[in-house]
Design a protein around this ligand. Structure first.
Ligand SMILES: [Zn+2]
Length: 137
């Protein structure tokens, strides 16, 4: 996998995700925050929605906010989870979110965790042999 260098903009995006979950944290309802930078440069955030029957990750909430404001391409996306000491930590996207991000923007940069370190790569590299790839054959 090709890792990309983390930039100041990436650190700012992580901080935006941390900020949205710190402001809106409710145990058992909102424990993960996401931030994405669109190709316009604007930043959109979202928190995950937990319920008794189905949870919705923070990434699609942020993506929905972006799409609702006319943003069509993800430049970079990250999610963070609240941990016990109250300092959010970067969280890797789940499989469903990897499909979603790759469907909308295969060239998007995704900030995630590998081998205990915060890394960044292209969305398509997080999902080799994806469902989306199989429907293009
Ligand atoms: Zn997810």
């Amino acid at each position: 996998m090709e890792y990309l260098p983390l930039t100041k903009d990436d650190r700012d995006l992580i901080e935006a995700a941390a900020s949205v979950i710190k402001k809106n944290y409710v145990r058992g309802r909102h424990q993960v925050g996401a931030a994405l930078r669109g190709s316009s440069g604007r930043v959109y955030t979202g928190v995950h929605l937990e319920s008794i029957v189905h949870d919705i990750c923070a990434e699609p909430v942020a993506l929905g906010a972006a799409a609702s404001n006319g943003e069509r391409e993800i430049d970079t996306i990250v999610a963070v989870a609240m941990v016990d000491d109250g300092e959010p930590q970067v969280l890797s996207p789940c499989g469903t979110c990897r499909e979603l991000i790759t469907f909308y923007s295969p060239e998007a940069s995704v900030i995630f965790v590998a081998d205990g370190e915060v890394k960044k790569c292209r969305a398509r590299d997080l999902l080799p042999g994806s469902y989306g790839d199989s429907t293009k054959a």
